[in-house]
Structures are given as C-alpha cells and as structure tokens.
Design a protein around this ligand. Structure first.
Ligand code: ATP
Length: 658
C-alpha cells in the first residue's frame, strides 16, 4: 500500500501470530465448531467475507467487464449423465493409501512429498550441524527428540539420495498411482504420524454423490467445478453473442470436492468458491486481439522441460517471447496467463512469490493442449491458486456426441470454397431391384471410398463392371446401369467447427489465504499485534473514522464525514470505543484498514481533520473536505501516499486551535 518504504521484513513471518490474528478477528473459522467441526469446511467472518467480496468485485472488473464476458449462474446439483460424459465419474479422482495398522487415510502424492521434503530438510540441517563447531551432547539429543523415525528429522542422506529426492519432488504431479506405490516401497515411505507402512494406492473419486427427487432414481453430484454449466449452455451463449467467436463465459460459484485429507486450512477444503472463465476460440486461429497489451508482461515460468530435469529454477521471460518461442502454446493462452498475473499482483500478491508452472505430460488431462498453473509461495510451499488450460474441443465434442445437440459454430465464409470431387450416382430403382436389402450397404461402402479408389472403379465400370467388398467380406459386382462415377463441383459457403476452450480457473479461498500471508507483518515496536498491508482495492474497510472524544458535539461531524465518504462510494467504519487512539488504530491495522481519519476538538472548531496511513503511520492534516478529496483519490488508486504528502501538510501531533 505505502509507496514510501516500510521495513516490513524486520521480523520473519510468524505463523503462530498470523493464525492467532485470523482467528481472533474472525477472518474465518472451522464450520460447525461447537459441534467439533468437520475437516475441510470453513465459515468466513465479517472481515473474511468482505475481503472475499472485494476480491470478487475486482475479478469481475478485471475480467468480466474489461473483456465483455458473458456471466452465467448455473446450478450446483448436476445429474449424473453430465459427469459420466465429461469423464469426471471415471477420472476425477486422487490416489489414496491407508495406514496398514490404523486405517488412517492419506493422499498418496502428499505423503511422498511430505516425507521426502522432511528428509531433505533433515539432511540440510545435519549438514549444517556437521559444518558447525561440535555441539554439547545433550543439545544434539534434544534435536533428535521428537523426530519420527520415518521422517528422519536430522539425518544426513547419501548425496545420490538427495539428488533422487529432488528429481522426484520436481515432477511429483507426473506420477501415476502405481508409480506412487512403487516410490513408497522403494524409499520406505510410511505414515509419518505412526511410522506404519501404507497400502498400495487406490483411486478415490472426489465428487459428492446425491440423488435428485424423492424416488432416488436420478443420481446426481455436487459439481466439483463450474465448467460443465458453461459448456451445456454453449449454444445459447453463442446465440447471445450473435453467433460469433471468440467470446468468453464467466461464472463465480461454489464447488465441492470430497478431498481425501484436507489439512492445510483454506488451501484444501471440501467446499469452496471458484471463478471460472471459458474462452471459446477458433481452433485454427488462437491469436488474441489484445495480445499486444500484455506482450511485455514479464513472468516467472517453470516449464515442463526444466521440471523433467529435476530442477525448479524459473526463467524470467516476457509473455510475447514465451509465445514466440513456443514455450506457451498460443497467444490466447499467453494472454490469459499474463492477465492472471496482473490480477494477482493488483490485489496484493507478492510478484516475487508468484510463478507459472507448466503441467507435465502425464499430469495434463489427455485432451488438453497445454496447461499452466499460477503457483504462489506461502508457508505451506508453492500452491496452485489458478489453473489455466487449453482444453481443446474435448468438452463440447463429448456433450454434443452424447446428446445429439450440435455445440458448434457455423460461420459464413467471406469467400465460398469451391471444390471438385468424384461422387457415385446411383440409379436407385435398378439398385434396389438388383441388390434388395444390400442396396443400403453398397451406398455406405461407396460413401467411405477414397478418391483414388473411386477413380479405379470409374475405369472398371467403363470396361463393363466393378467389384466392391461389403464390410462382412462379400464381393458384389456392379455395372454402369447401377452406378456411375462423375466429377462434380461443390460450393461451400458455411464453415462449421467445434471451438477450442481456454479455461482460467481460480480458487478464491486459496487466493484469499496467500494474500493474507503475503501482507502480514509486525512493527518493530509492537510484535504482538500484526499489520495486514492489504491494498485499498480489497481491504475490507477502507477508512476508519476515529473521534477523539465521545462527547455529543462530535456527532454531527462524524455523520458528515461518514455520509460524504458513503456518497463517494467508500466504505468506512466509526470506532468510538473508549480506548486510546493508538489502540484503535492498531486494532484496525490488524484488519488491513489502509486509512484513518481523526476528529478532535480542533475539527469541531476549525473543520480540520488528520489523515493516517496504515503502513508508514504517517499523518497529514487539512480541511475536512480537502482530506476527503485526497482520500477518495487514494482509495480509488488515483494517488499515492507520497503524492498525498505533497498535497497536505504533515501532522506532527500538534494542532493549532484558534
Ligand atoms: N480442495 C480445494 N480447496 C480449495 N481450493 C481448491 C481445491 N481444489 C481446487 N481448488 C482451486 O480451484 C482451482 C482450479 O481447480 P483444479 O481442478 O485445477 O485444481 P487441482 O489441480 O485439482 O488442485 P490440486 O492439485 O491442488 O488438488 C485451483 O487452482 C485451486 O485454486
């Protein structure tokens, strides 16, 4: 927020204090807590809800309004045939293993990741210790205490093992279930909580099942993504868009996944809000008309070749160069990757902890052409927060095939295409009379013949007769009285095609969580309380109004300032509690409120008001209306704090009272 440098790194990120803040100020909390809670379900409190609403509002502006997308709101409850056709019933699954003794269930890839990372961390520490002067024996013992044998808290690994582990971790998403089982056996990976062995990985479908109607005859699922709702409405959307592509549909809504073991707070939950875009594009032309606007956006890319070599080194490259070099498959995909980057940075994600990772070949859905995940670093590691995939024509094709409803674009060609080809012309009467029920078989055999074969038959017929073979192997002889082969001219003025779909898919809970982590810090002088440096655009409250006294004479001014801010569309809150101003500001720094205004006795007399900025704690003073005008510019992002400091005098705590 502050454009004047603030030393936020004075204290390393303190997760305990961070979590305490989120809990104390009710950003979010386990659902059904007083019943003991259910893993993977969370309720958002007032600041969490406002923050989410503001992220959504900005998402709408950044994507839907900016790109004229067509917003929809489709149902969550979905009849089973939809997900049978889309492939979710067969394939929307993760691999799980069970503890052989306790029966505890673990997600196989997360188990391998957790254990190997812990062993590498133990190795690093052991090497560090070995390099240090000898420690007292009891200190060494202390370090080892509490280490689960399987995880090997502080233990040096052979150099080869370190290399192997790093290679496995760099391409973890590429392993199949049986391969994960192989890794568990080869590297003796057990349940870290119990040190027990685990079973072979089994597939577990993540969809919640349900049934629609009282008879239970119509099985259904809670949707695990919003995408299918877009595809099933494609022909209506296309019509709404006057039959033209490219265009995009967008939807914000809840999705449900019965995650195997949700452990990382908001990062892996069983019910969450997604924001998804399906951009429909001509498969033969994936250029994007606004690509020039993002060409120079520089990204940290981790492509699949780098991952396959066991490395995690990103390369900094502009989107323009990445698409030109074929690293990102096409302009439209590159355009959205860049727009995702811009959105995340705008709402407060630290760009130095944001990378785009390309899916490995096995990780990608079989139909997808290319896929990049926006991964954001946080205290749990690098987490996928947005997926951006080129899904090709898969979804529209399978739904169209299943239902018989054409999900295609019909485009009038500017120049009709004239083609010539050989065609078989039948004398239907003679054909029927001569071949009876085989008449249809013969026609379909001819329909599948190549141009070369038709040419041969044309020659044979000129000699007297030609022989064709039916699918069941019979040879039938035909004469030119039954069939003639002629060259004909065709004029095509309509082109029909199934569009390809580029899909950016956002998980809002994950974005909200990493945003909070990236913006949390503590002041030197008050490490107990934290500050959330949320950008004004997403901050739950934009301005705190702090009256110095509870005296009634302040009320008209409080109301005037509140109402002027409200009219300017700025959300403010009044804190007229009995505590000191410092405490009131500190409490609101915790909520990420970027600005505060203080009304004191001088305000009542002179109509002046002080303005405080959260990160620098710098204060300015000015006439009430002047301060409000500066505030409006600050909140709307039209002025920086440095610019505000040039417009209003600094307030040093002393205010003249006439
Ligand atoms: N269980 C979950 N909890 C919270 N957000 C999720 C969850 N699963 C997916 N998301 C969000 O939805 C987005 C799109 O979903 P997608 O199907 O691409 O995720 P995924 O590849 O299944 O994620 P993961 O591999 O982490 O399970 C993700 O980028 C993420 O932000």
């Amino acid at each position: 927020m502050a454009d004047i440098p603030v030393n936020k790194a004075a204290h390393p990120f303190d997760k305990t204090r961070f979590e305490a803040l989120l809990n104390r100020r009710f950003f979010y909390a386990p659902s059904f807590e007083i019943y003991g809670g259910v893993a993977g379900l969370y309720d958002y409190g007032p600041p969490g809800s406002s923050l989410q609403a503001n992220i959504i509002a900005e998402w709408r502006k950044h994507f839907i309004i900016e790109e004229h997308m067509l917003e929809i709101d489709s149902t969550i409850m979905t009849p089973a045939p939809v997900f049978e056709t889309s492939g979710h019933v067969a394939r929307f699954a993760d691999w799980m293993v069970k503890d052989t003794k306790t029966g505890d269930v673990l997600r196989a890839d997360h188990l391998v990741k957790g254990v190997l990372e812990a062993r590498l961390a133990g190795d690093k520490e052991a090497r560090g210790l070995a390099a240090q002067p000898p420690q007292k024996e009891d200190e060494k013992k202390k370090k080892k205490k509490g280490a689960v044998k399987n995880v090997a808290a502080v233990q040096q690994l052979p150099d080869d093992a370190v290399k192997e582990y790093e290679v496995i971790l760099a391409q973890l998403d590429n392993y199949s279930g049986p391969e994960l089982g192989e890794l568990c056996r080869k590297y003796d990976i057990r349940n870290p909580d119990t040190d027990n062995e685990v079973t072979e990985p089994q597939q577990f479908n993540l969809m919640f099942t349900s049934s629609i109607g009282p008879t239970g005859q119509h099985p259904g699922y809670l949707r695990p993504e919003t995408a299918q709702g877009h595809f099933l409405n494609f022909s209506r959307l296309l019509e709404f868009n006057n039959g033209r592509v490219p265009f995009a549909s967008a939807q914000i809504g809840r999705s449900f996944r019965n995650e195997i073991s949700p452990r990382a707070g908001l990062l892996r939950v069983r019910e969450f809000t997604m924001a998804e875009i399906e951009h429909y594009v001509d498969p033969e032309d994936k250029r994007h008309e606004r690509f020039d606007q993002v060409r120079d956006v520089v990204l940290d890319l981790l492509d699949r070749d780098v991952q396959a070599s066991g490395k995690t080194q990103v390369r900094k490259i502009s989107v323009g160069d990445a698409v030109a070099a074929g690293v990102i498959a096409n302009e439209t995909l590159g355009y959205f990757v860049a727009r995702i980057h811009q959105f995340l940075v705008k709402i407060g994600v630290d760009p130095s902890r944001l990378r785009f990772r390309q899916h490995m070949a096995n990780e990608m859905a079989h139909y997808a052409a290319d896929c990049w995940d926006a991964e954001i670093q946080n205290s749990y590691g690098w987490t996928e927060c947005v997926g951006c995939a080129d899904r090709a024509a898969y979804d529209l094709t399978v739904h169209s095939k299943k239902t018989g409803h054409p999900l295609v674009v019909r485009q009038a060609l500017k120049e009709p295409i004239i083609t010539e080809r050989l065609v078989a012309e039948f004398n239907k009467k003679v054909l029927g009379k001569t071949f009876g029920k085989d008449a249809g078989v013969i026609q379909s055999v001819f329909a599948d013949l190549s141009e070369t074969r038709l040419l041969e038959i044309q020659g044979e017929l000129a000699q007297g007769s030609a022989v064709v073979t039916t699918p069941d192997g019979r040879e039938l002889t035909l004469t030119h009285e039954v069939v003639t082969i002629e060259r004909k001219t065709f004029k095509q003025s309509i082109r029909e095609f199934t569009p390809n779909v580029i899909e950016p898919s956002f998980g809002l809970g994950r974005i909200l969580y990493v945003l909070l982590e990236h913006n949390f810090w503590a002041r030197e002088q008050d490490v107990e309380r934290g500050v959330l440096s949320l950008p004004a655009v997403v901050a739950p409250t934009k301005v705190l109004i702090v009256p110095l006294s509870a005296k009634e004479e302040f009320n008209p001014l409080i109301q005037e300032v509140s109402s002027k801010l409200r009219k300017a569309g700025i959300f403010s809150r009044v804190d007229d509690s009995n505590t000191s101003i410092g405490k009131r500001y500190a409490r609101n720094d915790e909520l990420g409120t970027p600005f505060g205004v203080t009304l004191d006795f001088a305000s009542v007399q002179n109509r002046t008001m002080t303005l405080r900025e959260r990160d620098t704690t710098g204060q300015l003073i000015g006439d009430i209306d002047q301060v409000i005008s500066v505030l409006v510019d600050l909140v709307n992002g039209n002025a920086t704090w440095a610019e505000a400091c040039n417009q209003l005098p600094t307030y040093d705590g002393v205010q003249a009272v006439d």
